[in-house]
Ligand binder design. Structure first.
Ligand code: FBP
Length: 570
């Protein structure tokens, strides 16, 4: 074999030149943990900050043990742990969609637990926990996954643990593997699962009557798991948005070069528009829709289409621009008032008539449901193209969410704008292209921000477990002032929401706040971006060099930072 061929073969199985180098990347560590090479355990103490929601009284009854233990108070570092805890057996799992940095949570956790405690990985997410698919994670495993993207080391799934049989399976797994703690690395729904499990496993699980600790870690590219002042962002958001912003920047460059297309780009992010807002701030396209603003202004589908068409016409008539980019948040459809009312009715109908609906021939299903809708919703339903109706009737995910990633909103909008222009401004050229950026961004190699953030989240999770805590979500705040590990009581975040046609405990999704600084900055610039090509190309993710320490623009603006650079460990 030639030297080059041998070199190429050595790059197989996650050993590209990039992957080999990135594993050696030094990670900044919060000063609370001491040195980066040998982080030390810390203890936590209740701060004066106590969390509550509109449903706290009901939550205190249902989650009596965890609420009594935590008092719903936020925990902050209280200094170095006086003694070293050993012999704990901790199982960690990924839950929900993948997000860059998950592997580093495991690495930070492994480092904090050290050689005198055991870290087990759960294969295949919550389902793997039910099935008892656990294995020990070695130091070599941790070395091989450090700073790598994806959740492939363990795998993930979206199983919601809710039935008595499932809870019993979890108990059996805890007993069989002699577990002291479970770590759930997931989004809002998964951390709700963590709160429920923390209460269930609080006591009486082991022979001596003690319980199993449960700690959550905040993951999701959607960025909708945030707690102002306590949790700046979920991990994976920075990496995903930088990948999408690079792609959007490339497309913007193409529009300006080939001078002929309007590109409609739908961006993942579920209900919240954080991803779309961040990509807009980075790439500065002509038009960006923000779902939360659409809901606030009660914009109808027709009004949104009219706004896009007006911008298309204005660009053509004033500067003869026949091109542009429109960013569309994945969950937009749920925020358009008349669509929201229709979806709510559909959710209830599909939950209550599940068997009868399933028994219908596929072609007969729309008519079956349409007959049960209110008059207004039935009329709207009848006006929608078949490709949208099909997706509105598709299965909800296991948490009861409409699978918005499957709805081609970008196609719907561009079809409607084309029809509108045909009637109102037929002389304006309108050739379109459509994109959906989602899966491309979830498993890329983490940015330095996500790599450092997740490493410190892992250290925080480990320190909370060694400190005997349960029912908390780890966080790192103060990202521009050194980084501070802290713990948020999960029960303090719980609300009651209607899902699957019934009331359930949930952690409310953090949506874009239209009066927050990030949105206000966007509003102050968007007219200029619509009128001319002012886009910027943020380029690929950079792990070395001047842009490496950049943090999400939305986070920096909303936190009142005076620069874009994070300063963990400084
Ligand atoms: P999480 O909330 O579980 O992190 O999911 C993120 C996400 O990527 C959403 O943006 C998207 O709507 C959904 O997952 C897609 O789900 P799936 O991977 O099941 O297709």
């Amino acid at each position: 074999m030639s030297t080059l061929a041998a070199q190429l073969q050595q790059m197989e199985a996650h050993r590209s030149v990039f992957e080999n180098e990135v594993r050696k990347l030094p990670l900044p560590t919060c000063t609370a943990f001491g040195s980066a090479a040998a982080p030390q355990a810390i203890t936590f103490a209740a701060s004066g900050q106590v969390l509550s929601t509109k449903d706290s009284a009901t939550v205190a009854e249902r989650f009596a043990q965890t609420v009594k233990a935590s008092g719903n108070a936020v925990l902050r570092s209280a200094g170095k742990a006086p003694t070293r805890v050993s012999g704990k057996r901790v199982a960690a799992l990924f839950s929900g969609g993948p997000a860059a940095g998950g592997h580093n949570v495991l690495c930070g956790l492994k480092k904090m637990l050290g050689a005198d405690n055991t870290l087990l990985g759960v294969k295949g997410g919550p389902k793997g926990l039910l099935q008892g698919k656990l294995f020990e994670i070695s130091d070599a495993d941790a070395d091989s996954i450090l700073n790598t993207g994806g959740f492939d080391f363990l795998g993930t799934d979206r199983t919601k643990i809710k039935t008595p049989e499932q809870f019993e399976q979890v108990r059996q797994t805890c007993i069989a593997h002699n577990l002291d703690a479970i770590v759930i690395i997931g989004g809002d729904d998964s951390n709700t699962n963590a709160a429920i499990l923390a209460e269930f496993l609080f006591s009486g699980i082991k022979a001596d009557g003690s319980g199993v600790q449960v700690i959550g870690a905040p993951k999701t590219i959607d960025g909708d798991l945030q707690v102002p002042g306590l949790l700046p962002i979920s991990f994976g958001f920075d990496t995903a948005t930088r990948i999408y912003a690079e792609l959007a920047g490339n497309i913007l460059q193409d529009t300006r070069s080939s001078l002929k297309y309007w590109h409609f780009i739908k961006l993942m992010g579920r209900s919240a528009s954080h991803v779309t807002l961040e990509v807009a701030l980075q790439a500065k396209p002509a038009i960006t829709l923000i779902s939360e603003e659409v809901a606030e202004k009660k914009l109808s589908l027709g009004a949104i289409v009219g706004q896009i068409a007006d911008a298309v016409v204005a660009r053509y008539r004033s500067k003869e621009l026949k091109h542009g980019v429109v960013l569309v948040p994945e969950g937009l459809i749920e925020f358009i008032p008349e669509m929201n009312a229709l979806i709510a009715e559909l959710n209830d109908l599909l939950a209550h008539h599940a068997d009868a609906f399933a028994a219908q021939e596929e072609a007969a299903r729309p008519a079956f449901i349409a007959g049960k809708l209110s008059a207004g919703s039935a009329a709207l339903f009848a006006s929608l193209p078949g490709y949208i109706v099909k997706m509105l009737l598709a299965d909800r995910d296991s948490h009861g969410n409409l699978q918005v990633s499957l709805i081609p909103t970008e196609q719907l909008l561009s079809d409607m704008v084309a029809a509108h222009l045909k009637k109102t401004a037929p002389e304006v050229p309108f050739a379109t292209q459509h994109h959906f950026f989602g899966y491309e961004g979830r498993c890329g190699a983490p940015t330095l921000f996500d790599a450092a953030y997740t490493w410190n989240l892992g250290l925080t999770v480990g320190a909370l477990i060694l400190d005997g805590r349960t029912g908390y979500m780890a966080s790192v705040s103060g990202l521009t002032s050194g980084g501070e590990p802290l713990a948020i009581p999960l029960s303090g975040l719980l609300n009651i929401e209607r899902r699957h046609g019934k009331d359930e405990y949930v952690i409310e999704k953090a949506l874009v706040r239209t009066h927050a600084p990030a949105m206000q900055y966007f509003v102050s610039r968007r007219e200029a971006w619509a009128a001319d090509d002012l886009f910027a190309s943020p380029g690929p993710r950079q792990l070395w060099g001047p842009a490496a320490k950049q943090m999400p623009m939305t986070v920096a603006l909303n936190d009142g930072a005076d620069a874009l650079l994070f300063r963990i460990g400084e």
